[in-house]
Design a protein around this ligand. Structure first.
Ligand code: 0L1
Ligand code: MG
Length: 263
């Protein structure tokens, strides 16, 4: 339905985008706009996307967030969310990120699906996604909520582009049919120590279920996931905070590794 006015949506989009671009913490926006509903939250996210596209930024993919029970419990929210990925979020395997350019980054071991057919909800299921998958590849997301001390609710997170900030890609690509996606194992190491382990089924029971949920959520706004989309499915492991000087490597069963450093 939407309870905020267009000027309020625009003002909140500018506020949250400035927080991202200026690396500045803010308080959750529902404190000042308690009437905000989920439609308003997505309107704010789409307005941030529009602002970036207007300035010449390319949107290179989508991400699902909070797709595991562990992650929902960790953050105290009740359902998954999505966000968009801008071109400048992308970091190559082995790349470095300046820690001071972000507020309080955390890393998450994920997988990405690249599609070769349009997916449009409602009614998209795992089989539809597997049929529409060109290949699957490793990805590590860096999240950086703009909210002070990660204190937020789901509506505020959605408006803040679901905490998206950077992502690494690497390893090797493989067809969905060649992988045991539910059982695929990941091991995350920071500074040589294992900090998290997980398996694909941590994400909504099956990694492809996350892409299906994204197509169905986009369908609610009459949006679709076009062929050629890059979609990160959400964290297989819990998110781990990283400090200046930390190096990480995530090892993926059958798919190689992704590494990076925060300088
Ligand atoms: O990628 C994600 O799981 C998004 C998480 C959004 C909430 C957070 O900042 O932890
Ligand atoms: Mg994530």
């Amino acid at each position: 339905m939407g309870n905020l006015t267009k000027p309020e949506i625009e003002q909140l989009a500018e506020h949250l985008e400035n927080a991202e671009l200026q690396c500045m913490e803010v308080i959750k926006i529902t404190d000042d706009f308690p009437q905000m509903d989920y439609e308003d939250a997505f309107d704010i996210q789409w307005e941030i996307r529009r602002r970036k596209v207007d300035r010449g930024t390319n949107i290179v993919g989508m991400k699902m967030g909070l797709t595991s029970w562990a992650k929902m419990k960790q953050m105290g929210v009740e359902k998954p969310c999505y966000g968009f990925l801008a071109d400048y979020f992308s970091v190559p395997d082995g790349g470095e990120i300046k820690h001071e350019a972000l507020i309080h980054p955390k890393i998450e071991a994920e997988l990405a699906f690249v599609t070769n057919r349009t997916l449009k909800g409602p009614g998209v299921n795992i089989a539809d996604v597997l049929r529409a998958t060109d290949f699957v590849m490793p990805a590590v997301e860096v999240i950086d909520s703009r909210y002070k001390d990660f204190k937020f609710d789901l509506k505020s997170v959605i408006a803040d582009n679901s905490s998206s900030t950077r992502f690494f890609t690497g390893g090797r690509m493989a067809s969905a049919a060649s992988l045991d996606l539910k059982n695929i194992g990941v091991v995350m190491e920071i500074n040589g120590e294992v900090v998290e382990t997980g398996a694909g089924a941590a994400v909504l029971g099956h990694p492809a279920a996350s892409v299906a949920m994204l197509a169905n959520m986009l369908g609610e706004r009459d949006e679709e996931l076009p062929a050629g989309s890059f979609v990160m499915i959400g964290a297989i492991t819990a998110a781990v905070a990283v400090n200046k000087g930390d190096s990480f490597i995530v090892r993926y069963q059958d798919l190689g590794t992704i590494s990076g450093k925060f300088t």
